[in-house]
Design a protein around this ligand. Sequence first.
Ligand SMILES: [Zn+2]
Length: 44
Amino acid sequence: MVTTTEKDGATWYRCEECEMLFDVESDAEAHEENCDTDSPSYLQ
Ligand SMILES: [Zn+2]
């Protein structure tokens, strides 16, 4: 899931699966839907 984190006075959105950071919430959510850390076969 996506969590928020404060860094340098700005809010970032972090994918809990791979810990990638995004500055736009919708980008983080779109990534999280396609993040295949848990189930690599999901997209195939
Ligand atoms: Zn991810």
